[in-house]
Design a protein around this ligand. Structure first.
Ligand code: HEC
Ligand code: HEC
Ligand code: HEC
Ligand code: HEC
Length: 437
């Protein structure tokens, strides 16, 4: 059976009727229909970096958009996790900022995904999940015999029950993941037959079919799959073996919601453009996060790898390549550090990485006090650590520099317009190497 025509309408009526039931016995609804707001899969993008225009997203803009959407309506709001994608101190600070923002926005639940688990199971269970009053919902993750989070959560305002499921996460230690399909089947069989079940699946879209097939067929029309990650923008995914599925988009650039209307259940969304005024309370949470990154000196403790040679800074190139050094002095690359200082982002490794020389290499940029000569996208950001070359004119470590060296920084998120053919002419420097020979 597919979600179409009559079945779909029936599901919707249920969604609306249930919301009504809560308020007053199925009389015509004087208020607008309830909405289910869905976000997730931010992948670490808590705010736009401003590297390119349009600068989309940011939880401070989301908060404003959500308040506007809410108006006088009943709203359920669920985060589908993967707010962050990796572990480490900075990611924990960021996750905590996300959590405080979710609480400030009145979210009903967070379904943690593999990204959150990489922060550490003990941290997630014993610290993060207790930080704010937003329940974590996940049915199939255990520490020993102990289920880590709420198995399911009723969302009375929209008349549904939320369930979260993660796939196997071999990279995460200290968590046992029960088979998602079995977990779902058991849950469905326990719930009263009319229940509308929202299943947040924190895995790949390809896993939906197996989940759907675990649900006895007549019950499938009372189930919706919600998923992060499979699309850039929020959209309906069609149906997986008779279960309607929706994806919430990614990188926090949109606010998405499910709306029951006459023609069926639709996913709608709003792009979080710069024209949306930031919400001051959530902006303050972002500001506090920025301060913590600075105060904890995350830059200094960043892991560093051995590099081919040692970075020496532009002054060492000046002696023999004064022509090029002077020519590039006015280029955008030589303003890259000042750009960060202007917004107070020079302490954030996630910004520094592309706005200085050799960040993450042993002799590369540490912080301004330690390595002032390595600010900006200077010579060695492209040509590699130059000590050996400066001393003995050994070939530079990188050799011929080309587009592939640019896209390390000019990636699709930070420089969507980048094309070598149009960008290189703006910073091209002479083939004679400026040595004058
Ligand atoms: C992956 C590399 C990368 C990271 C990480 C990065 N940037 Fe950038 N940034 C760039 C590139 C490349 C440009 C130039 C884009 C273009 O013009 O196409 C840029 C441009 C900018 C600009 C615009 C400068 C101007 O005057 O036009 C700002 C502001 C900026 N970045 C701030 C940040 C902040 C803040 C962060 C951290 C949140 C950050 N960047 C992280 C690569 C990066
Ligand atoms: C003592 C003089 C001297 C210093 C200092 C020096 N260079 Fe050079 N560099 C040369 C000469 C001479 C050549 C030309 C060699 C050739 O054409 O074979 C050259 C060639 C180059 C080349 C092209 C050939 C290659 O190996 O890639 C690059 C790139 C380069 N230099 C970058 C740098 C950078 C970056 C610095 C600073 C870290 C620097 N140079 C410092 C003298 C110097
Ligand atoms: C280490 C990271 C990094 C690398 C490598 C890099 N860039 Fe950039 N680039 C930046 C950043 C950051 C900016 C923005 C600087 C600012 O304005 O603050 C930028 C800005 C630019 C701009 C100015 C854009 C504009 O319209 O004003 C051009 C042009 C450019 N880069 C070309 C290149 C080319 C070509 C390469 C490869 C040969 C390259 N970049 C390699 C980080 C990098
Ligand atoms: C944004 C990346 C980038 C930066 C920054 C940069 N270069 Fe280059 N450089 C290139 C590219 C790309 C080429 C062209 C490579 C080619 O044609 O083989 C080049 C070519 C050169 C050459 C000539 C190589 C040859 O064989 O003729 C020299 C010398 C050189 N750069 C030195 C410098 C010096 C000195 C600085 C700093 C003042 C600098 N570069 C900054 C990307 C960069």
């Amino acid at each position: 059976m597919r979600w179409s025509g009559a079945e779909l309408a029936c599901g919707l009526v249920f969604l609306i009727a249930c919301g009504l039931g809560v308020r007053g016995g199925g009389r015509p609804d004087p208020q607008p229909e309830p909405l289910l707001v869905l976000t997730g899969n931010e992948l670490g993008f808590i705010r736009p970096c401003g590297c390119s225009k349009p600068a989309l997203g940011g939880i401070h803009r989301r908060a404003r958009a959500l308040a506007e959407l809410r108006g006088g309506r009943e709203i359920g709001a669920v985060s589908l996790g993967n707010l962050v994608i990796e572990g480490g101190r900075q990611q924990r600070l960021k996750f905590e900022a996300f959590l405080m923002a979710l609480a400030a926005m009145g979210y009903d639940a967070l379904v943690p995904g593999p990204g959150e688990f990489r922060l550490g199971v003990d941290y997630l269970v014993d610290e993060a999940s207790r930080l704010v009053d937003v329940p974590f919902v996940l049915a199939n993750a255990f520490r020993g015999e102990e289920r880590l989070f709420k198995r399911s959560l009723p969302l009375p305002r929209i008349g549904a029950v939320l369930v979260g499921l993660v796939p196997e996460m071999p990279e995460v230690h200290g968590v046992r993941v029960a088979a998602p399909a079995d977990t779902l089947r058991d849950l469905v069989l326990e719930l009263p037959p009319g229940s509308l079940l929202l299943v947040a699946w924190m895995g790949e879209e390809s896993g939906l079919t197996a989940l759907a097939e675990a649900i006895p067929e007549p019950r499938r029309e009372r189930v919706l799959f919600l998923i992060g990650g499979t699309s850039d923008i929020p959209r309906a995914l069609g149906s997986a073996s008779g279960v309607a599925a929706f994806s919430v988009g990614s990188k926090g650039r949109d606010l998405a919601w499910l709306l029951a209307g006459e023609s069926g259940l639709r996913i709608q969304s709003r792009r979080l453009a710069e024209t949306i005024e930031p919400d001051p309370d959530v902006a303050a949470i972002l500001e506090a996060y920025r301060s913590s990154v600075k105060d904890e000196e995350i830059l200094k403790s960043w892991p560093r790898a051995e590099a081919a040679s040692v970075y020496v800074g532009n002054a060492s190139c000046q002696e023999c390549h004064s022509g090029i050094v002077e020519q590039l002095a006015d280029s955008a690359h030589m303003r890259a550090y000042a750009t960060l200082v202007a917004t107070g982002d020079q302490y954030d490794p996630e910004c520094i990485a592309c706005h200085v020389v050799g960040f993450g290499d042993r002799s590369g940029f540490v912080d301004f006090a330690t390595t002032p000569e390595l600010v900006n996208v200077a010579c060695e950001a492209c040509h590699g650590p130059g000590e050996a070359h400066a001393m003995s004119q050994a070939p530079t470590p990188v050799g011929k520099v080309g587009s592939r060296h640019c896209v390390r920084c000019h990636d699709p998120d930070n420089s969507p317009q980048f094309r070598f053919e149009t960008y290189w002419p703006k910073i091209a420097h002479p083939r004679d190497g400026g040595t004058g020979r």
